[in-house]
Write a protein that binds this ligand. Structure first.
Ligand code: PMV
Length: 341
């Protein structure tokens, strides 16, 4: 029997308020514009990594339905990390999402963040984030490594509200927390209208953004929208924030739908819910706003104190729609366990 150390990272998903859509340069994951997200608390990936004797990396993951799968993107990312950081030991990695994957709840953000942290921890024998940092892998370094697996994953390294700036060159990107978790208790109530796998991966669809006639006007606007969004967050002004994030989500989907290779992630139920949220708000029933990721599921953003009324109204009106009640959270953690094999 031999003792094996398992390095376990739990990393949250995040919901972008200002979206990352389109890349200036794909290989270096250089985004077309700055983005800003809220780190979630409940929706997370838990990833266990350990050194193993076999010749190759092993990656398995189970989503909430407990289907056991592998993922080519995860293996590619492990190989990238090993090459870039100079580690040779093959890893065995087992991951689990506590929410549906590949349908617009940013499972690649939490998944790639958790994978990056757990893998580097296993290679360096680091048993906490603090220890990882003393070994030369602070959050910032890990965030830049994680974004190479999936752009949005870089933002999941930090808690609270997180900004990813594109910078003037691919190597001048920046990832940082702009406001802490306790700045504003915002909720994200996710209406899961579909768990079907996305019709197109976001990786493919990013590349098509440039072919949309709406993309250049969007890029001309995003800096200004970012400035106003940061101000609304700082001032805790939900009305201002809400209008900006709805515009932003609809604009991203308009770009997707008007690309030469159009990606239509929205279903009839999505559109129905978007209208319903606005009708309820206009009728004064609750102050809540929507945003969307690259998928059909609707993220309803409101203050945590209003989450219950939103959930009650939604459940009463659409009893078949599953809801995940989430809120702003603290970012990843890293632990370890010893096992006998
Ligand atoms: O991280 P990727 O490559 O899966 O891109 C996802 C981008 C969006 O989720 C649609 C928006 C964002 O900023 O998270």
């Amino acid at each position: 029997m031999s003792r094996t150390t398992i390095y376990r990272c739990q990393a949250p998903s995040n919901i972008a308020l200002i979206k990352y859509w389109g890349k200036r340069q794909a290989e270096l994951q250089w985004p077309a514009n700055d983005s800003l997200s809220m780190t979630l608390s409940h929706c997370a990936s838990t990833t266990n990594a350990s050194i193993h004797d076999g010749p190759n990396h092993i990656f398995r993951y189970a989503d909430r339905q407990n289907e056991d799968r592998t993922n080519a993107k995860a293996i590619t990312h492990l190989e990238f990390l090993a090459r870039k950081l100079g580690f040779e030991a093959p890893l065995k990695v087992i991951s689990q999402n506590n929410f549906p994957s590949d349908c617009g709840i940013a499972s690649s953000a939490s998944g790639m963040a958790a994978l990056t942290i757990a893998a580097v921890a296993a290679w360096t024998n680091a048993r906490s984030l603090a220890e990882l940092s003393t070994k030369g892998y602070d959050r910032n370094k890990l965030a830049h490594l994680a974004r190479m697996g999936s752009g949005s994953a870089g933002r999941s390294l930090f808690g609270g509200f997180v900004k990813w700036t594109a910078g003037a060159a691919a190597d001048a990107q920046n990832l940082q927390q702009v406001l802490p978790t306790d700045h504003w208790e915002l909720a994200d109530i996710i209406a899961v209208v579909s768990q079907a796998k996305k019709p197109r991966s976001s990786r493919e669809a990013h590349a098509d953004a440039w072919s949309s006639p709406l993309f250049a006007p969007r890029l001309a606007e995003t800096n200004d929208r970012m400035r106003r969004t940061e101000a609304a967050l700082t001032e805790r002004n939900l009305e201002a924030l809400g209008q900006l994030i709805e515009q932003e989500a609809l604009e991203m989907h308009a770009v997707m739908m008007t690309a030469q290779n159009p990606a239509n992630y929205l279903t009839q139920q999505t559109v129905m819910l978007l209208s319903w949220i606005r009708e309820e708000r206009y009728a004064g029933r609750f102050p809540a706003y929507f945003t969307l990721d690259a998928g059909p599921n609707v993220h309803i953003i409101c203050e945590k104190k209003d989450a219950q009324i939103v959930i009650e109204r939604l459940t009463a009106t659409y009893p078949g729609v599953e809801l995940i009640a989430d809120h702003v959270g603290n970012g990843p953690n890293l632990t370890f366990a010893e096992t006998d094999l």
